[in-house]
Write a protein that binds this ligand. Structure first.
Ligand SMILES: Cc1cc2nc3c(=O)[nH]c(=O)nc-3n(C[C@H](O)[C@H](O)[C@H](O)COP(=O)(O)O)c2cc1C
Length: 368
């Protein structure tokens, strides 16, 4: 793991169900050594009574990796957090932001914002059970709350103070309300208004009482330039959909952190591409070997390729590259080290950065 200065800004890829699995995180780690990587949300029940290996196993290279838990029962959360620490996770995060009906039925996720005392008990129970940091991810408020109104603003601040008092060392604000009835989870990530100004005020007010608690901004940050615009207002930034769909933005993150937000440029040129591709090939081969022996038949490269499709975003030839990386007929027969290597090398031939007519204008530059 890379040494991270405690005062460094945090850049994190958000927890995303069905997306940020171990393959996704291993791919993102190839792009940034310093990004903090979150698991998908995992229910305490799945960890305590389900197939823990399936839910918790991860690759050594993924560190710094954060286990996000879903639950609302302090003793279960404590046990699950402890297991997470034993498994090697670097931090435990509690989900208080998910608005899905299924999660509400389990009385966790965003509806927990209405129960700050219970959340404080949960955080305290987890904190007592582990020696690694515990954090909380939440929304600005619930339903029709108006964060400009003092009462509703205080609701959010009280919630944050409660979790800080209970021992959370970081909170991440998804800077919009969660609407618990009438909007799907997807709509809940788009329709409620984003209020970075309120998130900034909350950070200032929280840190008057809890200066050591870091506050991350989340929601709608689509480019590194956007992150830069808010650099001084938060202790870090969590990026979800943009990081997944345009992962090359992560290539700038280490430099952004080291330069304290001054530099955000990067080039995805042929050399960088080959380095990343080499990393993907090696990772895929190591996954094949981990399955090993009679399980090789279960090896299906699409579990990895599906996460890298956004990498060629903006490059000439990316459509053909993506087609090849998602073509079941080409992927299914790939079962050996050599076939893995050939598969990726052949797919990349479609990219213009490798064509004979290549000139520097084909070098893709994002964000600058
Ligand atoms: C497919 C998908 C799955 C998500 N799953 C989770 C989750 O498991 N836990 C969580 O806290 N947030 C989850 N989120 C919300 C994201 O973490 C993030 O808060 C949200 O997408 C807003 O950030 P963005 O605008 O940068 O994408 C999910 C988002 C997406 C798109």
């Amino acid at each position: 793991m890379v040494n991270v200065n405690i005062n460094d800004k945090i850049l994190a890829v958000a927890p995303m169900m069905d997306l940020t699995d171990r393959h996704c995180r291993s791919f993102h780690r190839l792009l940034s050594k310093k990004a903090k990587l979150y698991s998908e949300m995992i229910n305490t029940g799945a960890i305590l009574y389900g197939d823990a290996h399936r839910h918790l196993d991860f690759d050594r290279d993924e560190h710094y990796v954060i286990l996000q838990l879903g639950g609302s029962e302090p003793s279960d959360l404590a046990k699950a957090a402890k297991r997470g620490q034993e498994w090697g996770y670097d931090q435990i995060d509690l989900n208080c932001g998910c608005p899905s009906e299924r999660v509400q039925k389990g009385s966790f996720g965003a509806c927990l914002m209405a129960e700050p005392d219970l959340v404080a008990d949960c955080v305290k129970a987890m904190k007592d059970a582990v020696s690694i940091p515990v954090s909380v991810k939440h929304r600005l408020g619930l339903n029709e709350m108006n964060p400009d109104h003092p009462v509703d603003y205080q609701f959010a601040l009280d919630f944050m103070c409660a979790v800080a008092q209970a021992g959370a060392s970081q909170v991440t604000i998804h800077a919009r309300n969660a609407v618990l009835k009438g909007l799907s989870p997807k709509e809940n990530r788009m329709i409620p208004l984003l209020r970075y100004d309120i998130a900034k005020r909350l950070r200032t007010d929280l840190q008057k009482h809890f200066p050591q608690v870091k506050v991350l901004l989340n929601g709608g940050l689509e480019t590194n330039q956007m992150i830069q615009q808010h650099w001084n207002d938060f202790d870090g930034f969590m990026i979800g959909r943009a990081a997944y769909h345009t992962p090359a933005m992560l290539l700038a993150w280490d430099r952004m952190i080291d330069s304290q937000g001054q530099e955000n440029g990067y080039f995805l040129n042929d050399q960088t591409w080959l380095e990343i591709q080499e990393g993907i090939i090696r990772y895929s081969q190591s996954w094949l070997h981990q399955l090993g022996g009679d399980q090789t038949e279960r090896f299906y490269l699409a579990g990895i390729t599906r996460h890298v499709l956004g990498l060629a975003h903006g490059l000439g030839g990316s459509r053909l590259w993506r087609q090849q990386l998602s073509d079941h007929r080409l992927i299914a027969p790939v079962k050996t080290d050599l076939q893995i290597e050939q598969f990726f090398t052949q797919a990349s031939r479609h990219l213009r950065i490798f064509s004979d007519e290549r000139d520097e204008s084909f070098t893709s530059q994002y964000d600058d």
